[in-house]
Ligand binder design. Structure first.
Ligand code: FMN
Length: 379
């Protein structure tokens, strides 16, 4: 079966099977951006079940871009924490990939201070309670691109096998590409091709910092669910340009790959309120066609069984990323591999302490998992 077969990336690195642990923010790091023992254990236990690769939680590249109390990659002081993380992610010998991000307008004012909120343009997010950021100067935009490059250098020094740029889910890279969030009229905005400049510059900076032999991936939301957002055709054009930069994979972020539901900016997880789009084909198929084998394609969203994973491969993915299923059941992949899917845990236990202890989930992560009704299944 394809899902258990290896794949060689452009960089020459080989992934032993097609299952990837999706990036999962724990919101449980130390205040200085170093990893806590509980989040290392969260990752170690899940990686030990045999993922071909594990992607880290979103790692900030600038202090003022923090949307979570997560790990950072901003200076040498983060190196030993990053090394420990890479080691935990290799618990079963899989590849360790550091996901790097900036929050832009959805950075958290309680973490960074309201005055520090900066983004492509002075336009507030649709998330309830959002504050209006100030528009970044061209100099700050250049610095942010350099910060992505610097984070990639730190990842290389810390021994990661690669880096994933978080270009999805309404964070800063996505915001620069969005006509809703980016209303600039300089080199970084104003037309579709100018809105591509920031994501492409970040991808180039990361590739330059990594060199040709480490994995460089880019995660993208395939289209915006909101009115006047970017379209699937826009995103396909961006992917076409990204594929020219010799990336190793493009990861397509969906809530559910079968029902064409990108994560909306307001983050409503109540299933009744979720909007589904009718497309002629899966966005995975459309991206695979544009990319035409130049990079691997990773699918995510709603993969809970081996049949789901094979379905994603059938519509055009080379790799599948698993999120909530592995939050709920740390041994999800070993159960899939041993054809013991009946034993997979279907939801988080009722008791909060039991969730943390039995499933090795940091207590602060448990709190935010439970704070969004309908997001994570409960028993
Ligand atoms: C607790 C949690 C944390 C997440 N953190 C991140 C993150 O740091 N970066 C990211 O790109 N996606 C993040 N996601 C999205 C997942 O990677 C994944 O795309 C999404 O959950 C859909 O896949 P699933 O249906 O397998 O969960 C997170 C999801 C969950 C449930």
């Amino acid at each position: 079966m394809v899902v258990w077969s290896p794949l060689r990336f452009n960089s020459g690195q080989e992934i032993a099977n097609r299952f990837v642990m999706a990036p999962l923010t724990t919101n449980a790091s130390h205040e200085d951006g170093t990893a806590t023992e509980s989040e290392l254990e969260f990752v170690r236990r899940r990686a030990a079940s045999g993922f071909g690769a594990t992607i880290s939680s979103a790692t900030y590249v600038e202090q003022d871009g923090r949307s979570w109390q997560g790990i950072g990659a901003t200076h040498d002081g983060h190196l030993s924490s990053l090394r420990r993380l890479a080691e935990a992610m290799r618990a079963a010998g899989g590849l360790a990939i550091l996901q790097i991000y900036d929050g832009g307008r959805i950075a958290r004012p309680d973490l960074i201070g309201e005055q520090s909120l900066r983004a492509a343009s002075a336009v507030a997010s649709l998330r309830p309670g959002s504050k209006t950021p100030r528009e970044m100067t061209a100099g700050e935009v250049g610095n942010l691109i350099a910060s992505f490059g610097q984070a990639a250098s730190l990842a290389r020094k810390a021994g990661f096998d690669g880096v994933e740029i978080h270009g999805a889910n309404h964070y800063a890279v996505h915001q620069f590409f969005s006509p809703r969030a980016n209303q600039r009229v300089d080199h970084w905005g104003g037309s579709l091709s100018k809105r591509m400049n920031f994501p492409l510059a970040v991808a180039q900076a990361v590739r330059d910092a990594l060199g040709p032999e480490l994995i460089a991936g880019f995660r993208i939301t395939p289209f915006e669910a909101e009115a006047n957002g970017y379209t699937l055709d826009d995103a396909k054009l961006l992917c076409n340009e990204l594929a020219r930069l010799n990336l190793d994979y493009i990861s397509v972020s969906l809530d559910d790959y079968r029902v064409n539901r990108p994560t909306g900016e307001a983050r409503v997880y109540d299933s009744a309120a979720k909007k589904t789009f009718t497309l002629a084909e899966s966005p995975i198929t459309e991206f695979a066609r544009v990319i035409a084998g130049r990079t691997a394609v990773m699918a995510s969203g709603g993969i809970k069984t081996c049949v789901d994973a094979e379905g994603a491969i059938k519509v055009g993915a080379d790799l599948v990323a698993i999120g909530r299923a592995v939050v709920v059941d740390p041994e999800w992949l070993s159960k899939v591999r041993s054809k013991n899917e009946a034993a997979i845990l279907a939801g988080l236990p009722k008791d909060q302490l039991e969730i943390a202890e039995a499933l090795s989930i940091p207590p602060r992560m448990v709190e935010y998992l439970l704070s969004r009704p309908g997001w994570i299944p409960r028993l």
